[in-house]
Design a protein around this ligand. Structure first.
Ligand SMILES: Cc1cc2nc3c(=O)[nH]c(=O)nc-3n(C[C@H](O)[C@H](O)[C@H](O)COP(=O)(O)OP(=O)(O)OC[C@H]3O[C@@H](n4cnc5c(N)ncnc54)[C@H](O)[C@@H]3O)c2cc1C
Length: 396
């Protein structure tokens, strides 16, 4: 009998899972998404080789490359004078792709969602469907929606993000923890950044109590930045985002290098994302219901891996569901993904204070360590999630 899979959430993870299941065949998959239309305005995502390789496998490589920019280098700079602390070739000389088997790509989030959505049957992407309840019955799981309707499936996957409703059913005690840091994002035309050295590089500017990360998208015409600040001390907004005060970004980066000041001055007011991380769950699955992506392991963005790990989850879960009965597939998926995502999550957490050090001996030690970053990040970018799930078949 054909396995019926209901995916809750049409974000990066939910759509990738749906494509991977459809490509594998033998599965009937439907995605239920709360939003009435797809797309998040004003933000981009950096896709590393560990995810690009998997999207290539799904046949999305050409569309992805056509909409992305490959950074020339990864550069760390000092906050005030822009001193180059460390730099590694990425697109330059093809070093990164040779080493990790796929490029590193910066892409507008709305473009990524469009590419994913275009690769999936639109009739099976159900928009405006907010899941409000789950009943795991004898032979099937019943999903209830805010509009009073319901559906049934053999397996339900909660790909519904950091504030997951499905997770509340799987592990009711789990809750994201506010990390005491917040992020403000913006898109700025390169033409507004005359002081910016290396506009096509992915660059971290690191300084006391803050850092700013940026990379180019949209053919190199636009720079996407994420500024991370210490505070507020407590997160009191009812959702994960709140409008920051006008001029707050400019105040936070007063005294920084002119390129950073130009960048934040171009965005007089921004949403502020509270940065939350999810402590390890007691379990990822309950009965026929499982989780993936931020719902299972929301992490700090300091390795740029939240979406990338979500894509790894999605292809792993699709491979497990299409190669073993459900009672084996879900425990296998959890075994394959729990340790890996925990390691990336912890490493992102440990990185946070290092990016916000004041000038002094601790910052000097960090700067010295950064010169070995390419090796340190190999375990993240070099991981092959499909090889891990298909060890017997080896290379794809
Ligand atoms: C400031 C910031 C910068 C980031 N930068 C990067 C980066 O550069 N690279 C990277 O890899 N990651 C980055 N991330 C992390 C990345 O955005 C997430 O890890 C990734 O989007 C998780 O994908 P997901 O599919 O699990 O969840 P999401 O993308 O959040 O998707 C969840 C979906 O579920 C839907 N939904 C929610 N509740 C319901 C419900 N009850 N019923 C139906 N649908 C529902 C939502 O509308 C949404 O479409 C960043 C995160 C932040 C906060």
């Amino acid at each position: 009998m054909t396995l019926r899979v209901a995916v809750v959430g049409g974000g990066i993870g939910g759509l990738t899972l749906a494509i991977a299941l459809s490509r594998a065949g033998g599965v009937q998959v439907e995605v239920h998404e709360r939003a009435v239309e797809l797309g998040e305005v004003g933000a981009a995502v950096a896709l590393a080789a560990n995810a690009v390789r998997l999207l290539d496998d799904l046949g999305l490589g050409p569309a992805l490359r056509a909409a992305s920019v490959e950074p020339t280098e990864l550069i760390y700079r000092g906050w005030r004078e822009g001193r180059r602390i460390a730099g590694f070739p990425v697109g330059d000389g093809g070093w990164y792709e040779q080493r990790f088997g796929a490029p590193f790509l910066g892409i507008h989030r709305a473009d990524l969602q469009r590419i994913l959505a275009d690769a999936f049957d639109p009739a099976l992407l159900r928009l405006g469907r907010t899941v409000t309840g789950i009943d795991d019955g004898q032979g099937a799981v019943r999903l209830r929606f805010a509009d009073g309707s319901a559906t049934e499936a053999d397996v339900v996957v909660g790909a519904d993000g950091v504030w997951s409703a499905v997770r509340r059913w799987v592990d009711p005690d789990a809750a994201p923890v506010y990390t005491g840091t917040s992020g403000l994002r913006g898109l700025v035309p390169v033409s507004a950044l005359p002081s910016l050295p290396d506009p096509l590089a992915i660059q971290f500017w690191v300084g006391p109590d803050a850092h700013l990360l940026h990379y180019a998208i949209e053919g190199g015409r636009t720079v996407n930045f994420l500024a991370v600040l210490e505070g507020p001390a407590a997160w009191t907004a009812p959702t994960g985002t709140a409008l920051a005060a006008p001029g707050e970004l400019a105040d936070a980066f007063a005294g920084w290098h002119p390129a950073v000041r130009e960048m934040v001055a171009a965005v007089p007011q921004s949403d502020r994302w509270g940065l939350f991380a999810l402590p390890p769950l007691a379990r990822w699955s309950r009965g026929r219901v499982t989780l993936l992506g931020d719902a299972a392991h929301a992490m700090l963005p300091h390795h740029g891996q939240g979406a990338n790990q979500t894509i790894e989850d999605a292809v792993t879960l699709a491979a497990c569901l299409t190669s073993a009965p459900l009672d084996e597939a879900l425990p296998r998926y959890e075994r394959l993904r729990r340790t890996r995502t925990r390691q990336v999550q912890r490493s992102s957490w440990d990185t946070s204070p290092l990016l916000h050090l004041p000038d002094g001996p601790a910052a000097d030690a960090r700067d010295h360590d950064l010169t070995g970053l390419a090796e340190l990040l190999g375990w993240i970018h070099g991981h092959d999630a499909l090889a891990a799930v298909q060890p017997a078949s080896g290379a794809r």
